[in-house]
Design a protein. Sequence first.
Length: 135
Amino acid sequence: QLIKKKEHVNNLKEELKYFLKENNNETTTKQNIWDTMKSVIRGTTISYNARRNRENYAKQNNLKFRIKELESQLQNTPKDHRLQYQMIVTKHKLNLWEQEGMITKLTAARQIYFEQANKTGRWLSYKLKKKKKKD
């Protein structure tokens, strides 16, 4: 998923160019450069992902706060159509954010299920061993 994000790819390219410019010399071995490059990539990816998650949570919290504000305003003036329209739009935006999160979680669950589908679990192997001991 992160490979498809242009912002992340460009940031990663800049980090790697800087890393290679600073560390690519004759005194360091290729294996050492490769290992440290992997850690740079890992750190950059983790920081990008954390920043993106923080921004998403902030947007969701702002939308929830805006809904509460609109609800309190609608209690004071229930016939204001502008406020009703803003409330509908804000709830729709929040719903879209929540659906994106659900899609991500569902995709992860499907992937885990697919990876574990044809494997006999620990429980089944335990039962088979127990049955063999009885025989």
